[in-house]
Write a protein that binds this ligand. Sequence first.
Ligand code: FES
Ligand SMILES: [Fe+2]
Length: 411
Amino acid sequence: MNHPRSAELSSQKWTLQYPELGTDPVPHSVNTSAAYFEKEREKLFKRTWLFLCRDDELPRPGCYVVKQVAILETSVLLARGNDGIIRAFHNSCRHRGNKVVMGGGEKSGESKGFICGFHGWTYDLQGKLKNIVDEEDFFDIDKSKLGLKPIHCGVWRGFIFINAMDTPHETLEEALGQWGRDVAAFPFENFELVNVYSANIRCNWKIALDAFQENYHVQTLHGRSAAAALNSKSNPFGHLLDVRLFPEGHRQAALPANLSFEPAPAVQMAVKYAGGANVYAYSDSSQRKISGANRTGSSDWSFDLNVIFPHVQLIVSDAFVLTQHYWPVSVDETYWELRQYLPISTSVAGRIAQQNSQAALRDVIREDLVTLENTQTVLRSGAITHMQLCDSEITVRHSYYKVDERINAPD
Ligand code: FES
Ligand SMILES: [Fe+2]
């Protein structure tokens, strides 16, 4: 599925170019059904390459990160070995299964290895079992066979993915497909992490993702914030400039910008003195060649909204990069984590501009978060059985279609 919108088709709807999606209302029961959630766990998340985090979380040999991944029913230990390679393990001791790095939530640090706090077994950064306390007291024990249980791990452009299958059906490269080949050209190395937000939200992971993967809501929910910078007189509802839906499940939508929008004086200052690193100040994008983004070279482009299947939003532009994880916890709970990256800045002016961008994003994200639990709580009534989706919500439609395809695939 890769159908660029040609000039002749420009008056037609995106959704009609992907007839497999249909145009019918989409059932909502998949957001409230515990049985469907368990199928998502077993047939989708446990069998798919999942983006876990960026490699900037483990910058040096010895750095480690622990993520509790409820949907995989495990705790994942990532460690960068002395050889510089990042490996993933089940964070579970081979003696009696205790967490080698104990506790809930996210953990990180730097170490020469790991010591299980229960009976003191030790492992090196490569996961090898190094020492058993009172080894002679065991029976025919072979340390070489009792390293930490590995999880398949792959890195694409600094993005660390894991796959919980014993033998993945496909390589990470195959799973990323054409989407990965195209977006690989984006200069992620020019950006630095400036902000992290996270929260446990009482809604299904798809409800959360949906709210961030369409822009039909901009004119209402962001009517007093982002709307003026994105929607214009000629495109009042922010119709998408480009849409690509990929067979592997990923998707990409190019959002418009309002080039007539006049940013607030503080934003204009930030742009003037810090090279345009701002969320709400868009200029003619056809004059700026941005590798791996704005594929059609549109002049009124703001950013590309990508979804890395199944559960991560990746926004790229020359002004900012965002990742948002929507980790399923239960049928009506999601662990949401946002990471905001901005162009690397070493000047004072650049730092101030970054603060300006962070404040703008915080305000708009706060608006986005409002609907999530409001939607989920009333869905439980069962009164609303279907979603009515317009053409601008094609990404939402594609999301349900691809999840359902996996759920219904033969074992
Ligand atoms: S469970 Fe880890 S040493 Fe016993
Ligand atoms: Fe939004």
